[in-house]
Design a protein around this ligand. Structure first.
Ligand code: LLP
Length: 416
């Protein structure tokens, strides 16, 4: 399925023309395809069908309530990393018993809220966090269902900012210490050990690091069982990559095929935390050309979306394909340009040295693969209202978040 096809010479999201959409809702706009979201979720379900499993969609990738509710209605759970994400997941109708809480630096208030909601599992990142959680749970007169996030120390071969399973990263409990921390956990009155957890990084394009990491976690689960510590949930994290340019990430089925033998043998319920591979290619950032500038040294196409809307190119040097909404442009001349926004920084670019079909003032461009880590990482820098978000379903669409107004931007501020 192509969620963003050209129809009648116009780029569409499903059956909705992006030109018509821009005329209705303005630009910049994030546009998401409901069918694409559901297709990836369904592919995970089919790939892992032979074991009990829950796809706990990683809310951080795209936390819009419309997106979350779409996935929740199709049976997804949620992987959250903050009290705010807990609030969103519950608001969107994700059942608490399908929510896992990951992340370094959980506050006691966040722990309390998660336990009060009755979530499935807290993924504990350190011995001191384990002790804090034990205390919070006992104060509430309950037991916290716990997994330890173990750091399997494998190299995910991805961008250093999104590699998390190396010994040098801040995440998880070192593999060599895991047994000892589990033994302490098993003795705590406020804690019920239920699972084991890992997450080694994001945008992985090979299966081998996942396979190595799962093998290490499986060995740990067996060692725990020998010590009568029963693990019934294994959370294998997220991280499956997507195609931005020429990457060839594993398919859902290939990913599952590598991991299933070890997981099936354990007889556990498998939890998955995919984010990017569900939302990434389900969304685009739609933007309009404001100006063209030729400085002699370079040609700039100035658009109305900027680094505050999509920070990935500036922050990680990420490459996002840019397509003209008007298909006829593809038959015309090409030129090498920088696509930049109006923010006052030279780091404000969406593409650099990019061979693109010539675009004129007023043209619409779609920045592809922007459904994950796009809107959620946007900011109000330069007092720019954040973009409108739209969810398309067939030939209809819903504004799932309205564009911010200037009043919204100053709402929490006072002058004295
Ligand atoms: N679980 C945990 C514990 C995570 O830390 C993450 C992502 C995920 C699951 C979901 O990973 P995914 O399936 O989306 O790869 N802002 C960066 C990506 C940061 C990823 C952080 N953790 C980017 O734009 O590339």
């Amino acid at each position: 399925m192509e969620p963003f096809p050209y129809r009648d010479f116009e780029l569409c999201c499903e059956q909705v023309s992006l030109r018509a959409l821009a005329a209705d809702v303005g630009t910049p706009a994030y546009v998401y395809s409901k069918a694409a979201l559901l297709e990836s979720l369904g592919a995970y379900d089919r790939a892992f069908a032979e074991v009990p499993h829950v796809v706990c969609y990683s809310v951080k990738a795209n936390s819009n309530l419309g997106v979350l509710a779409t996935l929740a209605r199709a049976g997804a759970g949620a992987d959250i990393v903050s009290g705010g994400e807990l609030y969103r997941a519950l608001r969107a109708g994700v059942p608490a018993r399908k929510i896992v809480f990951s992340g370094v630096g959980k506050t006691r208030a966040e722990m309390r809220a998660a336990l009060e909601a009755g979530i499935l599992m807290v993924n504990v990142e350190s011995r001191s966090e384990l002790r804090a959680l034990d205390q919070v749970a006992r104060e509430l007169g309950t037991r916290a269902p716990v997994a330890l996030r173990v750091n399997p120390d494998v190299d995910p071969q991805t961008h250093p900012y999104v590699a998390t399973g190396l010994r040098t990263s801040k995440f998880g409990i070192p593999y060599a210490e895991a047994l000892e921390v589990y033994e302490e956990a098993a003795g705590l009155k406020g804690v019920a050990v239920v699972g084991a957890d890992m997450h080694i990084g994001s945008q992985l394009t090979q299966t081998a690091p996942f396979g190595d990491a799962v093998a290490r976690v499986a060995a740990l689960v067996k060692a725990l069982r020998e010590r009568s510590i029963e693990i019934r949930l294994v959370d294998i994290g997220g991280g499956l990559g997507i195609r931005y340019r020429e990457e060839t990430p594993p398919t859902h089925a290939q990913y599952a095929r590598v991991l299933l033998p070890a997981l099936a043998e354990l007889g556990v319920t498998v939890l998955l935390e995919p984010g990017r591979s569900i939302a990434g290619n389900a969304g685009v950032l739609l933007t309009r050309v404001l100006d063209r500038k030729d400085t002699g040294a370079r040609t700039f196409v100035v658009v109305d979306a900027a680094m505050n809307d999509l920070i990935r190119p500036s922050l990680y040097d990420s490459w996002h394909e840019i397509r003209p909404v008007d298909e006829a442009r593809l038959g015309g001349p090409m030129e090498k340009v920088d696509v930049v926004g109006p923010v006052c920084e030279s780091g404000d670019f969406l593409a650099k040295d990019r061979e693109l079909a010539e675009a004129e003032e007023g043209d619409l461009l779609a920045v592809m693969s922007a459904g994950a880590y796009g809107f959620v990482m946007s900011s109000n820098y330069n007092t720019r209202p954040r973009a409108v978000e739209v969810l398309v379903d067939g030939d209809r669409y819903t504004i799932v978040r309205r564009r911010e107004t200037y009043e919204d931007l100053v709402a929490g501020e006072t002058m004295s």
